[in-house]
Design a protein around this ligand. Structure first.
Ligand SMILES: Cc1ncc(COP(=O)(O)O)c(C=O)c1O
Length: 287
């Protein structure tokens, strides 16, 4: 290995303080990033700085610290929107990808009933299976799934039988967390849209590793999670087309997701705040 490479690697390793640890007498080698990634100094410092000098309840504290925290939170939303080629009011903060997918299943489910199909695949992480199972149990809709080929690819040979006029939702992983397979989302989204179905994408393993431009992906909703992309734990994202988000009912009820609350009933805020009940993890403004 050249000295330059050794120097660059050392500098890169230096960005991740946990790599200065030794395990079993050896420098730590961390190969579990697809499970959860290490946090670099920039992230640790931003989190630390926030809690040291700017602690306040985002969007609910009118004092100086609250205004700063809210501005930093909304800057974080803009940064995520920029990463996805999206509008910032299409970026909903959740606590992780699982919550984003549960939000999608819950809110889309208000239109589902017996005779409707939801299509997933056997390649999914549990977070993109169980919410749809629960939804189908609740609504009487039927869950169907793509199989995989011997080479570990999505078996699209029966796509015409799986995605039909009965299909209301197709929800697939973009990149498999087990196989690394990259699925042809655009092709499947086009088939879903051709029968009037919505396309949900679990991009938890995609956004950290490849450019994901939602204007070209063909998806209606996209879920991912901060802790797999060097970000803080406890924050995730559901991106959605604005007109779709605006048509959906809330997922969780609570502070800051409302427009007007009366004892006789409540009306709800516009997206993205409609889907962000209660105090969330702070999205930190990174240097
Ligand atoms: C493809 C995929 N989807 C969803 C998740 C769930 O992510 P989280 O635990 O952050 O909700 C994971 C985590 O391993 C994943 O790999």
């Amino acid at each position: 290995m050249s000295d330059v490479l050794t120097g660059e690697l050392a500098a890169l390793r230096g960005q991740f303080p946990v790599l200065s640890r030794e395990v079993n007498g050896h420098p730590l080698v961390y190969l579990d990033s697809s499970n959860t990634s290490l946090k670099p100094l920039a992230v640790l410092d931003a989190m630390n700085e926030h809690d040291r000098v700017r602690t306040a309840n985002v969007a609910r504290a009118l004092h100086t610290l609250g205004a700063e925290a809210t501005a930093a939170f909304e800057e974080g939303r803009e940064a995520v929107a920029g990463l996805l080629g999206a509008r910032s009011d299409e970026v909903v903060f959740t606590k992780n990808a699982s919550e984003a997918l549960n939000l999608a299943a819950h809110s889309l489910g208000s239109n589902l009933g017996p005779g409707d199909d939801v299509v997933i695949s056997v390649m999914e992480h549990h977070s993109n299976i169980v919410p749809w199972q629960l939804l189908c149990e609740r609504t009487g809709a039927t869950l169907k799934w793509f199989d995989i080929t011997d080479e570990g690819r999505l078996d699209l040979s029966n796509m015409g039988e799986l995605i039909t006029e009965r299909t209301k939702i197709v929800s697939l992983t973009y990149v498999s967390n087990v196989l690394g397979t990259v699925n042809p989302i655009r092709q499947i989204a086009d088939a879903a849209h051709a029968v009037g179905a919505l396309m949900v994408v679990d991009a938890a393993q995609a956004v950290p590793h490849m450019p994901v431009d939602v204007s070209r992906l063909g998806a209606d909703l996209v879920a991912f999670t901060g802790h797999k992309m060097c970000g803080p734990s406890g924050i995730g994202v559901l991106w959605g087309r604005y007109d779709l988000l605006a048509s959906l009912p809330p997922f969780l009820g609570g502070g800051e997701m409302i427009e007007v609350v009366k004892m006789s009933g409540s009306t709800f805020a516009a997206p993205p705040h409609r889907f962000e009940a209660g105090t969330g993890a702070c999205e930190y403004r990174f240097p």
